[in-house]
Ligand binder design. Sequence first.
Ligand code: GLA
Length: 383
Amino acid sequence: MLDVTAIRKLHQQRFKHAPEVFIAPGRVNLIGEHTDYADGFVMPAAIDFATLAAISRRDDDTIVIESENFDQRVSHKLNSLPAKGKHHWSDYPLGVITVLREAGVTIPAFSLTLNGDVPLGAGLSSSASVEVASMMAILSLTETSLPLPQVARLCQRAENTYVGASTGIMDQFIACCGAEDHALLLDCRSLEFRLAPIPPHLSLVIANSMVKHSHAGGEYNTRRAEVEEGTQILRSHRPEIRLLRDATLDDLKKWGHEMRPEVLKRCRHVISENLRTVAAADALEKGDLAELGRLLYAAHASYRDDFEGSCKEADILVDLASREAGCIGARLTGGGFGGCTVNLVEREQAAAFSEHLRDGYRAATGIQADIYLCRASAGVPAI
Ligand code: GLA
């Protein structure tokens, strides 16, 4: 459990100033994978793993950032921040400073202590939680207060332009606007959203395959480029298709043969996933758990077969989950190529489910999975 009092004390001892402390959660995505950058739909929930950011002003011209997770400190003169990320944990807060500056915010000298318990590289958006917590902390030292959706947009920009990962808006948005015991259906074009309660008799069980993934560089950006390649072909026939959000499965039937086979599959995943995500929100709202579960499993199959974004370990986890009593649905969550599965499980059976999953996974792979029983949580408090 993260300890606000402990980070406050630590920061005060280290920097001799009492800090303000901010908290931003990680997330699990129930459904809607690789749809956000196509202006589509996603349905994540914020979780009770988070990043704490303790901040205080400094009297010099320096920015000092200390990570408890990495047990490291970086320090930069205010007027000579690195222009780009270097694949280092400090890229996230430095990216946040950079985009705030570009947005016209004057950044004072400060000391920042970061500490989080979102598992790193597990597809639970540790990076977005660091960005959002850091941005709220830094904004608290300035005269600027920004609406949360704009905070999310700026944090996404930090990740895109400074860290170098072409990610969409989902993770930062849910870190900002999540609500306790609710999933959030987000229209990634308009940023309109609605909250759907997660029934109290269900648990969110997250199973970590322990296969690490990374967004900066690697397969995430390749997939995104493939989606863009397919979009261009559809756009050449129907210019009103800005992004795959605007395309239909019929469009693919007509013009998919002009695409490279893997590009066709990526597009089919994104277009069908948008349909599944909207249907899943309806099913959750109606309490139609059978339909919700069917959609989760179908989403996993599409992620695995069409998007080719899964890995054999995640497939094993989903397969094992599907055989368990009390499991409503399961799928790989997040950016893919490793990370965690999300499992909607009847609360009374969640403990037995987790034990069976852990045992079955160890028997099949030799890997000891971490399993977290999570609760949908609130986003960052507004300042
Ligand atoms: C990562 C990105 C998100 C989203 C997901 C895939 O988490 O940060 O923007 O694209 O992958 O759905």
